[in-house]
Design a protein around this ligand. Sequence first.
Ligand SMILES: NC(=O)c1ccc[n+]([C@@H]2O[C@H](COP(=O)([O-])OP(=O)(O)OC[C@H]3O[C@@H](n4cnc5c(N)ncnc54)[C@H](O)[C@@H]3O)[C@@H](O)[C@H]2O)c1
Length: 321
Amino acid sequence: MSWKNKRILVTGGLGFIGSNLVEKLVGLGAKVTVIDDCRTGNKFNIEGVKSRVVLIEKDFADPALLKEAVGASNFVFHLAAETDHVKWRENPLPYVENNVKGMLLLLEAWRKSSNKPKIINAGTRGEYGPQKKLPVREDAPTNPLGLYELNKLQAAELLELYSRSFGLDYCHARITNVYGPRARMDTTGSGVVNWFVRRAMDDDDLPLFGGGRVKRDFIYVDDCVDALLALAESNATGVFNVGNPEPVTLKEAAEKIILAAGKGRITFAEYTPERKAQEPGDFYPSIDKIRDAVGWTPKITLELGLKQMVAYYAKNRENYW
Ligand SMILES: NC(=O)c1ccc[n+]([C@@H]2O[C@H](COP(=O)([O-])OP(=O)(O)OC[C@H]3O[C@@H](n4cnc5c(N)ncnc54)[C@H](O)[C@@H]3O)[C@@H](O)[C@H]2O)c1
């Protein structure tokens, strides 16, 4: 399939994954509309392609806006969400508003549209929660530990309900830990690798909880974008893991980050109570399903990805720190 002149709606297109997706789609000749109210997004993320993107700076969760935008699209990539993993403990309602009600409003706009675009939704590995059997397959039990993760599971179930009831064509990508250019660097909430890259570039401590022995998998953002595009282009439908079946310990990841940045140092710390409560232990996914369905596997090694990431932030630091 060619993306040339395809009309694409990206919600959350000023964010980390969304903006990398937008840049790729524009390069492929697609006509991209972004809805992003910039609550955590960064306009600099689409600086290079802004003249070729229609940016609607509004909350996507608006029936009239969605009616028009969904009705004009061939594909919808839904990335906008309340993404902080721990802030729900103080203020849960905006999560449900954005991640569940927003999903339902998008689905209703789809149901009422005549064009019926395929929807690619960003889910999370957190939907699985702690797992004894690794690697984790899509049919594993789901036991999310936080509201963000629960909301993503609820979104997956809404997508499946609309598929069964109204014939929705969708893919729900259970994405693991993404790192790379255009991630927020002003918060611990955008993932441990992104945060540690900032700490290392600042020649600061990289505090590891629990001795850094927990195993995690990481994917470079370009690999994640390629997976979302491959799911959209194919006949694939349903839930797919998007991650790296080859995990590293957090200590190994920290060592590679220090090597890439040429600075920083490992320290050891106690889990904060909130982190401990939401720590699922070792996790890495099986990607057999997406590989068999669309031929996708991650290509970029952690070493190469970190090198590219450090180079990006060294050049564009003032837009992220
Ligand atoms: N980054 C990861 O490692 C990761 C892992 C698993 C899943 N995901 C999912 O992928 C998606 C993108 O993640 P990201 O890391 O790029 O996050 P991000 O916070 O960088 O981007 C989210 C974007 O959505 C926008 N947004 C949020 N709510 C909105 C609303 N109601 N209306 C309009 N815009 C809104 C924000 O301004 C931001 O630009 C999210 O749904 C996230 O849950 C990310």
